[in-house]
Design a protein around this ligand. Structure first.
Ligand code: UDP
Length: 264
């Protein structure tokens, strides 16, 4: 079952957006792959890519390499879904990091598999852990570590994760820090499904809120985040630049690595 599904993933349609692969799949398919993978014998790295991350990948070779090496890359934001359509390989829907995390937590509770939470401020992590175990009865959070550790603590944290062997490892240290951390330690991690979930523990803890559903559906979640955290405006300036480059790619004016596989 697991080997089959991972095999199917390799044949699954992938858009190439500015050189980054984006798997064209629904939330249900992504959850199914994530859950199959935690019964496997490999580290299965899921990247939930938004426009900012993909654009940053065109400037940051390490990040680009990480996205290309990930076992699954989902279209986290409305901008990436639109981009996938424009380049001719449409992702059927958004598979946002927070939603995917929640669906995986539900499944982890149902299947009683061990979960490890890594990241966020200590109080946020504690609140998130309490909320998760309250909301999803049966959930086994077998280990946790806040995200403000020092380099010298890394060895201890990795040893902890290796000893506990979680099936699902959620890393909430913000993009691209979390993706780089996962990639750097991929060989040292036990077989598991691992994903970077950005500020999702803050949302789970009730410290920050997601956009209202109508804004999420209208593809305006990024706008809501800027309204709530004006400091994000600087980061959001890459969104029009991202769309501009996507248009250049779609019109064939500019080529990016890996474009050939876009329509395959
Ligand atoms: N964070 C962390 N360690 C750090 C820096 C940040 O654990 O060294 C946490 C931070 O407390 C927050 C999350 O990473 O919980 C970043 O959230 P943000 O919304 O900025 O991430 P994004 O969703 O934009 O990637």
């Amino acid at each position: 079952m697991h080997a089959n599904n991972v095999g199917k993933r390799k044949q699954r349609k992938r858009a190439t957006v500015l050189g980054s692969p984006v798997n064209c799949l629904t939330m249900a398919e992504a959850v199914s792959l994530a859950c199959d993978a935690w019964r496997g014998n490999q580290v299965f790295h899921i990247v939930t890519a938004n426009a900012e991350m993909i654009y940053t990948g065109t400037r940051d070779r390490e990040l680009e390499k990480i996205i290309q090496a990930a076992e699954l890359v989902t279209a986290d934001g409305a901008g990436v879904v639109l981009a996938s359509r424009l380049v001719g390989c449409p992702a059927p829907e958004r598979v946002a990091g927070y939603d995917l995390m929640i669906e995986c937590l539900k499944e982890a509770a149902r299947q009683q598999v061990p979960v490890y939470l890594l990241g966020a401020h200590p109080d946020v992590l504690f609140q998130a852990l309490c909320r998760a175990t309250d909301c999803y009865p049966g959930l086994r959070v077998v280990g946790s570590q806040h995200g403000y550790f020092q380099a010298k603590e890394e060895e201890r944290i990795l040893a902890d994760i290796q000893r506990i062997r979680p099936a699902l490892l959620l890393v909430a240290m913000g993009a691209p820090r979390q993706e780089k951390w996962i990639y750097r330690h991929k060989k040292a991690l036990p077989p598991c499904t691992v994903m970077g979930v950005g500020g999702s523990f803050d949302v789970l803890a009730g410290k920050s809120r997601r956009a209202p559903l109508w804004m999420q559906k209208a593809g305006l979640e990024w706008f809501y985040r800027i309204l709530k955290e004006p400091g994000r405006l600087l980061r959001a300036r890459v969104l029009p630049v991202f769309m501009f480059y996507v248009l250049l790619q779609a019109l064939g004016v500019k080529r990016f690595p890996g474009e050939q596989s876009s329509r395959g």
